[in-house]
Design a protein around this ligand. Structure first.
Ligand SMILES: Nc1ncnc2c1ncn2[C@@H]1O[C@H](COP(=O)(O)OP(=O)(O)OP(=O)(O)O)[C@@H](O)[C@H]1O
Length: 298
């Protein structure tokens, strides 16, 4: 695998808000290292600081103290112009509410950020086609969001993030509005991006399924990272919840149970797709056809 992902490092990061005359410590003394191509799920109860942490990594917010680094560069010290460049060139965002413009087709939604970034017409068309193919929606390119299921809309949002060729994807509850079968398809795509394309993925979620699919899980409680020493507890909790993913993880290496796991869910041949510029792999492959029940409309 060609690793093209960005690295992320937080050094003793805290963020305090002042609300109603009170101090609220949304994030407290968090230190965390995420390597290129890692798929990290940030979990924790509502209000534990997950979104604040994503915002700090993206430079959408600045820490009260501590250091935030992306690829070794201090995000917390960047000027607005540097932050703009970082967000356009390195980071892709995926939100719970998809964030698609309702009057634009899937294609136009994916294309818009590229237009804004000044990418030329031919290059735009190429990237849009490739991104829509990656999420299995090339045939739905002319559909508007209301003509697509929730899962399809989120896949368009992933395509939009991908078209900008990010090296880091930050996803805030990307499956919060999806049923669990659709959520697994969407997370399957994100896991693919980490595994096959080397993109670093950090997602926050309440979804236990994600914990099984993510390469790594870190838990926040009251703004603090509390996972250290608790990984095994989490693993045991997850193993008790029966699902194909738990079964797949429990299987010895090289013996993934037939009919379980990501490939059976989305019917994808991972080896078929490579992001342009990554090693090997043909371009312009036919659309992937997800087989899971993602509520697709006819
Ligand atoms: N702009 C703000 N002003 C004041 N307090 C804030 C602000 N943003 C977040 N907080 C507080 O910081 C804490 C962490 O919020 P955050 O949104 O990061 O949590 P979360 O884990 O993402 O929650 P959820 O899972 O519900 O989205 C909460 O107590 C929240 O009320």
């Amino acid at each position: 695998m060609v690793s093209e992902g960005a690295s992320v490092e937080l050094r003793s990061v805290s963020r305090r808000f002042r609300a109603g005359g009170e101090d609220v410590w949304a994030v407290r003394e968090v230190s965390l290292s995420v390597g290129p191509g890692e798929f990290l799920a940030l979990v924790g109860r509502s209000g534990s600081g997950k979104t604040t942490l994503l915002n700090l990594i993206a430079g959408l917010d600045r820490p009260t103290s501590g250091e935030v680094l992306v690829d070794g560069a201090r995000v917390d010290r960047m000027s607005d112009r540097e932050l703009d460049r970082l967000r356009r060139g390195t980071i892709g965002f995926i939100f719970q509410s998809f964030g698609l413009l309702p009057l634009l087709s899937a294609r136009e939604n994916v294309e818009l950020p590229l237009r804004i970034a000044g990418v030329g017409y031919r290059e735009r068309q190429k990237r849009v086609d490739e991104a829509l193919a990656f999420v299995g929606l090339r045939k739905r390119a002319e559909h508007r969001p209301y003509e697509l299921s929730g899962g399809e809309q989120q896949r368009v949002a992933i395509a939009r993030a991908l078209a900008a060729r990010p090296r880091l994807i930050l996803a805030d509850e990307p499956t919060g509005e999806l049923d669990s079968a659709t959520a697994s398809t969407v997370f399957g795509l994100l896991r693919d991006l980490a595994r096959m394309e080397g993109i670093t993925i950090i997602t926050c979620t309440h979804d236990r399924l994600v914990m099984e699919m993510a390469g790594r899980v870190e838990e926040l409680a009251d703004g603090r990272l509390v996972t250290e020493g608790r990984r095994e507890v989490l693993e045991r909790t997850l193993a008790r919840e029966r699902s194909p993913f738990a079964a797949a993880r429990a299987a010895p290496p090289g013996e993934a149970p037939t009919g379980s796991g990501l490939s059976s869910l989305i019917g994808a041949d991972y080896a078929q797709f490579r992001r342009p510029g990554s090693a090997g792999g043909p371009r312009g492959e036919p659309d992937r056809q997800p087989q899971g029940n993602d509520g697709a409309k006819p």
